[in-house]
Write a protein that binds this ligand. Structure first.
Ligand code: SF4
Length: 764
């Protein structure tokens, strides 16, 4: 018995609010994973898929980028991984009649939840200029139409090619090759909207924009500081690794504006302690920080560390490491010498005692790991904040040794691998040189457009063709209305997708949807069944093999779609054998091994069950390819966020039943929300100060100099123990509050955290 497509789009009328849970996972987590899987896929398919997820001969979870342990359980997935598999592997499909019934405007008016519930896309569809419905077309027709649009452009830079973090290394490599052979570096990706700030900060300070920590480092740490990250919802199996670390004696400090269930207590469903016991207490210290206060907090801790060194010279800092491997300590010292403690307390909302305790824990630990996610990367001063993390770690040599390091936790399963394969608008010349030597053509050298700049270029009319390899761009980016208007102004939009989402209702003059295989499905090509490869958040690369028959035999893999589009568009313009890529992905990996640094002998290394870990200078040998040839201490200044009376700082968050823009249900179990998403979490005292009661319907206004206010109307106020002066609302609904030009300095990442808002009881 399998689910039927959803007919009515649900609203928030039946919303229930019960409050924050104080533990994560446990038996309810297992039940929440299994029930939807069984109802959507049946017993046999559920068993086949859930026993293959993240196994050595199975497929990689298509959800987050958390790594796999060397020794694996037979059930190596979390509740969210099961939801992601269920969502993709549903046997429900979108029928031909669907396209006649639903216009593009109708799709644009539907919720993400409703769209996702319609089932898998199975055949290419086309919306012709002037028409308001998609209609099925053949694959040949689809490629002809896309190629005609591309070849009709005045210049290759009039096209922009987006990549979501689900694309495999093989698809990403062929995609960037096609885009560069076509003649542009316009390769925006979802990383522009999540960890771009991390890359900017780490490349400048240590020379590599990736984690210096491996999976095995985590249980060896003495102290793990988790900043702006909610692992219980966004990387749930990280809780098992944190539990191991705690059992081995580590302390955890959580720094976050919201108390989150997974940061309080974890009931591991794979051990008795979690099933019948009380589970494991996670954070030993919880710093409930005000939004935007992370940078000043890190500076205050650094100041205390330097003061401790001054009080007992030679005993606190790792002088040998600093002397041999770093530059810039004097500048760092000067930058925090006159730090104003009162300004720090105002910025962080913490007490001096709390900061003292944090510093004491840092000083007491021999091995420290700092992890972070989008709670840090999506601020105006995100890059400077992450540089302060590096400063803190370098002071005591917490880099390039076991149990210590910097660990950005990536959101989408292969977002890091896509970058490694060349999906970046400004790949270095060394990569272009390797491409040129390998494929016999001269790739363009001028830098391309990132995500925000692609929208700006569409607004100006400079980009006329938009292609998205996966993802849901209009929901992922800020300033929803502007992004949608920009896309509607293009000549053609092309989306490679497994299921419907909001971006399919926002089209150019003409539009194509090209349906593709999912990770769970067997990828059969001329040379036999194929596997693909992915890279997780700690630089480990491994194979992924689909396990079930494709939901329809009309589907093409991403590699096949790109190869055929390249053939249709470029014909014999470049000496590249696209057909060989489609026939045998081993040919792609052969080229990867000759072009991508660190991937030498790629086929052999990924063929082993474990895969391999990419080389990483700072982690492996304390070598730092920076401007100074050393790891760089940096001096940063944080401008205080001054608020007018009555204003709050708002952040966007994901619910527990959500992965990026995909909404699995309208519940958020850990925060006690059922059957609704139009809510704003506000501290009870902040509500009371404004004369607003828990449950009142409110409007949320964001204010921008020289612009009209932006507004979210008719949301429910939820009294919640967030930090004073801070509020939270769900992504992507709250994206409308952020203008396109509000981006993080240096990284151009949309700023979805610490948005200045006022709330008012709704007029009607
Ligand atoms: S932790 Fe992430 S990668 Fe692992 S099963 Fe859960 S969602 Fe998938």
């Amino acid at each position: 018995m399998t689910r039927k497509p959803l007919v009515e789009d649900p609203n928030d009328d039946g919303i229930e609010v019960t409050g924050l849970k104080d533990w994560a996972a446990g038996v309810p987590g297992v039940l929440h994973a299994m029930r939807p899987a069984l109802s959507a896929m049946g017993v046999a398919r559920t068993a086949r898929l859930l026993t293959s997820i993240n196994q050595k001969d199975g497929f990689d979870c298509m959800s987050c980028a958390w790594p796999d342990p060397g020794r694996r359980h037979s059930a190596e997935f979390c509740e969210n991984g099961a939801k992601a598999v269920t969502w993709e592997a549903t046997p429900l499909t979108v029928s031909r009649e669907f396209w006649a019934e639903h216009s593009v405007d109708d799709l644009a008016g539907r919720s993400e939840y409703w769209l996702g519930q319609q089932g898998r896309l199975t055949e290419p569809v086309y919306k012709a200029p002037g028409e308001d419905h998609y209609r099925p077309v053949s694959w040949d027709e689809a490629f002809r139409l896309a190629a005609e649009a591309l070849n009709g452009l005045d210049h290759p830079d009039q096209a922009s090619f987006y990549t979501s973090g689900r694309a495999s290394n093989e698809a990403a490599f062929v995609y960037q090759l096609f885009v560069r052979a076509f003649g542009t570096n316009n390769l925006p990706d979802c990383s522009n909207m999540c960890h771009e700030s991390t890359g900017s900060a780490l490349v400048e300070t240590i020379g590599v924009g990736k984690s210096t920590v491996t999976y095995e480092d985590i249980p060896q740490a003495d102290l793990i500081i988790i900043m702006g990250q909610n692992p219980g919802t966004n990387h749930p199996r990280m809780l098992s690794a944190l539990e191991r670390a705690k059992r081995a004696g580590a302390s955890i400090i959580a720094i976050n504006p919201l108390p989150e269930a997974g940061l309080i207590r974890f009931k591991n469903p794979q051990n008795a302690r979690g099933v019948i016991g009380k589970g494991t207490k996670m954070a030993d210290q919880f710093c409930q920080i005000r939004l935007g206060g992370d940078g000043p907090l890190l500076q205050a801790v650094i100041q205390r560390v330097l003061a401790a060194e001054d009080a007992a010279p030679g005993t606190v800092l790792d002088h040998a490491f600093i002397e041999q491997h770093t530059s810039g300590l004097d500048e760092l010292r000067a930058s925090v010498a006159d730090l104003d403690e009162q300004a720090v307390l105002r910025a962080t909302g913490l007490t001096s005692t709390e900061i003292d305790e944090l510093a004491r824990r840092y000083l007491a630990a021999d091995k420290v790991i700092v992890t972070w996610a989008m709670g840090l990367t999506q601020h105006t001063q995100a890059v400077a904040t992450i540089k302060e993390i590096v400063n803190l770690l370098l002071l005591r040599g917490h880099m390039g040794r076991p149990g210590a390091g910097a660990s950005p936790i990536r959101g989408h399963s292969n977002v890091q691998g896509d970058r490694t394969m060349g999906i970046w608008e400004k790949m270095p010349d060394s990569f272009m040189d390797a491409l040129a030597a390998e494929f016999g053509f001269e790739p363009p050298r001028r830098h391309g457009l990132d995500s925000v700049d692609s929208v700006r270029a569409m607004q100006r009319g400079d980009v006329r063709f938009w292609m998205a390899l996966g993802g849901n761009f209009v929901s992922a980016i800020s300033d929803t209305a502007s992004a949608e208007a920009a896309l509607r102004g293009t000549a053609m939009t092309v989306q490679v997708s497994t299921k419907l989402n909001r971006s399919h209702g926002v089209t150019g003059d003409a539009a194509l949807i090209l349906p593709t295989l999912g990770r769970t499905e067997i990828d059969r090509q001329a040379s036999g069944d194929q596997f693909i490869t992915v890279e997780d958040t700690v630089c480990a690369v491994h194979a992924s093999r689909g396990k079930v028959d494709p939901v329809a035999d009309t589907l093409l893999s991403e590699v096949a779609i790109i190869s055929r589009l390249a053939r249709a568009t470029l014909a014999d313009r470049q000496p590249i054998d696209w057909a060989a890529f489609e026939a045998d992905y081993g040919t792609i990996r052969h080229h990867i091994s000759r072009v991508v640094p660190g991937c030498e002998d790629y086929e052999r290394k990924v063929a082993s069950e474990e895969g391999f870990v990419l080389p990483h200078g700072p982690r492996d040998s304390r070598t730092f390819e920076t401007a100074t040839g050393k790891a760089r201490f940096t001096a940063n200044r944080f401008e205080p966020i001054e608020l007018e009376p009555g204003r709050l700082l708002l952040q966007t968050v994901r619910s527990h039943d959500q992965f990026n823009t995909t909404i699995y249900s309208r519940n958020d179990r850990y925060r006690g929300i059922k059957s609704g998403r139009d809510v704003v979490f506000v501290h009870p005292d902040d509500l009371a100060e404004r004369g607003i009661a828990d449950g009142d319907v409110i409007d949320v206004y964001s204010e921008w100099p020289g612009q009209p206010d932006r507004v979210l109307r008719g949301f429910r106020a939820v009294a919640y123990p967030t930090a004073r002066g801070c509020a939270a609302a769900y992504f992507p609904e709250a994206n409308v509050l952020v203008p396109l030009d509000s981006t993080a300095r240096e990284s151009n990442t949309p700023v979805s955290k610490a948005v200045v808002v006022r709330i008012e009881r709704a007029a009607a």
